[in-house]
Every structure is written in C-alpha cells, then in structure tokens.
Design a protein around this ligand. Sequence first.
Ligand code: AR6
Length: 172
Amino acid sequence: MKSAFFRLKAEQGDITKYDVDAIVNAANQTLLGGGGVDGAIHRAAGLLNECKTLGGCATGKAKATGGYQLKARYVIHTVGPVWAGGTKGEPELLASCYRECMRIAKELGLRSVAFPSISTGAYGYPVVLAAPVAVKTVLESLADNEVIDRVLFVCFDSRTLSAYQKVLDEYG
Ligand code: AR6
C-alpha cells in the first residue's frame, strides 16, 4: 500500500459525477437537503426518502446512505461547522467531520472516497484555514487504513483547488 500522501489528491470538478465508492455531502443538521453541494447531490441522487429516516445529524458527525442514481455506491453526509470567527471550536468540529467520514469509510471497507470542501461555501469557513485541517485529518486517517487507496478533494472552483493544492505541496 502506498503511503498516505500518495493516496490523496485535489482536483477541480463536480462531485456528483464521481465514480468512487462514496462521495461526501456537506449537509446541514436536518439532512433533508439545501443549497450548494447538498442540493446538487440530492437532485442527482434522489436519496431524500432514506435521509428522512436518519433523524438528522449533529455538527461534526456523519451518517451514510445509499448513492441511488449516482455512480457512487454511498453518500456520507456530514455537517460542518458554521464559521463564527474561529473561536467556537470550528477547527475541531471540521476535523471531526473528516475523521468521522473516514471512520465510516473504513467500517464499510471502501476503497475510494471523494470529499467536497466542507463548510467553505454557505457556512463561511475561510478555505485557506479549512484546507490545512482537511488535509491533516485525512492524512492521519489514511495512515490508519490499509484498504482505501484513493481519497480526492473535489474542488468546485479554481480558488478552492489552489488552497488545497498549496497545502498538499507543503506536505510533498
Ligand atoms: N461539487 C463539488 N463541490 C461543490 C459542488 C459540486 N457539485 N457544489 C458546490 N460545491 P456548500 P457548506 C462546493 O455551501 O459551506 C447547504 O445549503 C462549494 O463551491 O455546499 O458546508 C447545506 O444544506 C464550496 O466550495 O457547503 C448547508 O445548509 C463547497 O462545495 C450548507 O449549505 C461547500 O459549499 C452547508 O454549507
């Protein structure tokens, strides 16, 4: 198995199109859909009925559903923190999102997972501060997982990709 760093990549794209074992959704606590990547995933997948059975999700936690009409077999829904200046535990909660998603991926025995940039859209977390948390946490989880061989940060725009790529380059 390749070292953690060589199993992690950032690229620009639309996460709903990805042919991976699971895509991660940056959801809200209701898990019933919303705007941004959440809206796009709900529209493409058609998974609302299963989401209705989950009873919502706390910030920093994650829950999996099927992928339905997506190529991905699963969607792992996580709820990122709303940015409130950085002193309300946002970094720890954001790290928890990535860790919990990776824990579920390990439990399900998944080999490939794609993450969006959690919290950096509607929830206002500055991407230059979120990217180091995301990269560090996923690398730690990868080091503890012999099954996953590909984790992608799927960035919707070039500014987000630059932020993740810069952090990855610092590790490389
Ligand atoms: N593929 C990949 N990334 C995407 C896509 C896509 N199809 N669409 C948007 N993004 P956001 P949050 C990017 O706002 O900040 C929702 O209403 C987007 O450009 O989707 O965690 C939920 O219901 C940004 O870089 O999620 C919650 O209420 C990143 O995904 C709230 O927004 C995250 O932006 C969650 O806010």
